[in-house]
Design a protein around this ligand. Sequence first.
Ligand code: AP5
Length: 224
Amino acid sequence: MPQLNLILLGPPGAGKGTQAERLVDDFDLPYYATGDILRAAVKEESELGRKANEYMDRGDLVPDEVIIEVVVDRIDQTEAEDGFLLDGFPRNVEQAEALDGELKRLGRELTAALLIEAADDEVIRRLSGRRVCVKNSHLYHVDFDPPKREGVCDQDGSKLIQRDDDHPDTVKHRLEVYREQTSPLADLYDARGMLRRFDGARPTTEVHDHIRATLAVLRRESEL
Ligand code: AP5
């Protein structure tokens, strides 16, 4: 089976985490979401968490040297030999170059960059209503995808919380950071013929069907 080495790109709130949950089931890939990894480190009060905390609360990117090592370690694991799904990395050109370097060292290459697009006002609406399961990061939205019991995760019964950086002013700052530092990566991967675009404003199931179909074609093409 050919490798599926994938990255998810898109503004905060476009639905990267929502789609990742589904794609991981479809393609049985290890999933590395740098935001989730960093939030877990903050909760554990580990050294990584202490370094990252103040940047995350402001909606800024944590320094490259802090995050690159975390990702490089993961894709070098046996579980990622047949592929991986990276969410939230790379976030700028330096991180993209670091990923290229690591994949080259491992004799591998990226299969595709999946860009989920969404407009600013939609993102703000989504993030202000997002609720996250404290235990396994399952995602809900108070209006679009509410849990059966308010404040309780349907999947594991854990408490649902609102992320500190989902308050409207911090979301606006995250969008600025995305525009300045992350959105140039779309052109970079497009120029390499690796970019696949998806309309994140469509219903969740439609976005999922579109991504899944695209990946199935990519996998078939690489088998030929
Ligand atoms: P991170 O956790 O990566 O946040 P983000 O990129 O801002 O993305 P989000 O998780 O907020 O959004 P999402 O697109 O996954 O949307 P979701 O599926 O939840 O990063 C957080 C912080 O960590 C950063 O600010 C930074 O400080 C640090 N960091 C992380 N990586 C870093 C790196 N590489 N370098 C430096 N710093 C780094 O969906 C949102 C809501 O919308 C949900 O409620 C969902 O139910 C709903 N929804 C989703 N899809 C749909 C749909 N189609 N229709 C209607 N509702 C939908």
